[in-house]
Ligand binder design. Structure first.
Ligand code: MRU
Length: 355
């Protein structure tokens, strides 16, 4: 069974955003209709839609929802800026959110100097759809660029979910696996469950299982032992924001996996589209790390698992320094070795993703 659509705009400029509610997976496959920008903000904040590229696409479509009822030309620009400022507060780490909102603002400045509010909304919907379509193409190209890294019979470990659910379609880290499988290679994936919200167990294991790729679920704390037993020859993860020197923010626990991989001599790769790079940051020190509700740890999935009043620290992401990363797989090809010159050179390539 193919993985269902992560998110989809239904209708024309007066339409709405339908997204797969990822908080309900894998037990319940259900969609949620967002009919206001507040609905989209809530969906992003509560991880109904999650994963850096998917957040960017959802935010772009959220802008359309925010302006679609504005009929007054004189107030349209102000409303657009209100909506983008509001959506920027939904989550801080994935740079795709800010990248997509900036694109929507630039589209308005460029395309909406003349015409009517309805035509402007049409332009903005076209731009949001273009962002979604480009993400699809970038994910396919990432798969094509990285598939050769997976050898016949290898074990591949991943952390969190960087699959079709986290993108417009197909994924980043999982795109590499899907493509290698399409090329006929057999390999085995170890999916970290990814505490505290279990994106690895609920989403990655589900996606790979659907695709018929052999996958074994492990607790995060088992990764070292699994590597020591020689079960893993390669690590591939996604990214939420990559600084100019290649330092990479991804789901909390990724840094630990990178250290374990280094200790066992296993190459650690990051897969991400160019929309995940933030070249305004020289290194990872400036990446904002989201702090989430302590109840995600003390009351996992509704059941109390820690004493009342206990102190909790719950950063949602960590930063893996570039020297631990063997290569970054982008839609423009592989960045290897990872460093500022190689990152800038690769991203400066203006050719379109191939597939
Ligand atoms: O908190 P989440 O589930 O949005 O975190 C997602 C991740 O960390 C992913 O690995 C990352 O966004 C890459 S998705 C292609």
């Amino acid at each position: 069974m193919p993985v269902p659509r992560t998110l989809e705009w239904i209708g024309d400029t007066d339409g709405f955003l339908r997204l797969l509610d990822q908080t309900q997976l894998p037990a319940i496959l259900t969609y949620r209709d967002c009919r206001s920008v507040e609905d989209v903000w809530e969906a992003i904040r509560s991880l109904r839609v999650r994963g850096a590229p998917a957040i960017g696409v959802a935010a772009a479509l959220g802008v359309v929802l925010g302006v679609q009822n504005c009929q007054e030309a004189a107030r349209y620009g102000e409303r657009l800026r209100q909506v983008t400022a509001y959506l920027r507060t939904s989550r801080p780490t994935a740079v795709n959110l800010f990248w997509a909102l900036e694109r929507m603002e630039r589209c308005f400045e460029r395309e909406c100097r003349t015409g009517t509010p309805r035509e402007w909304t049409q332009q903005l919907l076209a731009e949001a759809r273009a962002i979604q379509e480009e993400d699809r193409r970038m994910c396919r190209a990432i798969g094509a660029a990285g598939a050769h890294l997976i050898g016949e019979g290898q074990g591949v470990l991943t952390h969190c979910n960087a699959g079709g659910l986290a993108t417009a379609e197909y994924g980043t880290a999982l795109a590499v696996m899907f493509t290698a499988a399409e090329q006929g290679r057999r390999f085995h994936v170890y999916a970290d469950e990814t505490r505290p919200l279990l994106q690895g167990a609920r989403l990655t294991a589900w996606e790979l299982h659907q695709a018929g790729i052999p996958v074994t679920l492990i607790c995060d704390s088992m990764a070292g032992q699994v590597m020591k037993e020689g079960r893993v020859q390669l690590v591939i993860v996604g990214a939420d924001r990559i600084a100019a020197n290649g330092d990479t923010a991804n789901k909390i626990g990724t840094y630990g996996v990178a250290l374990l991989a280094r200790a066992h001599g296993i190459p650690f790769y990051v897969a991400a589209p160019s929309s995940t790079f933030d070249l305004s940051l020289p290194n990872g020190d400036g990446i904002p790390i989201e702090q989430r509700d302590p109840r995600e740890i003390t009351h996992s999935f509704g059941r109390q698992t820690a004493p009342d009043g206990i102190a909790v620290y719950n950063p949602a992401f960590d930063v893996t320094p570039h020297h631990l990363i063997a290569g970054i797989i982008t839609e423009k090809g592989l960045i290897q070795p990872v460093g500022e010159a190689a990152v800038r050179a690769r991203l400066a390539d203006k050719s379109e993703p191939r597939p």
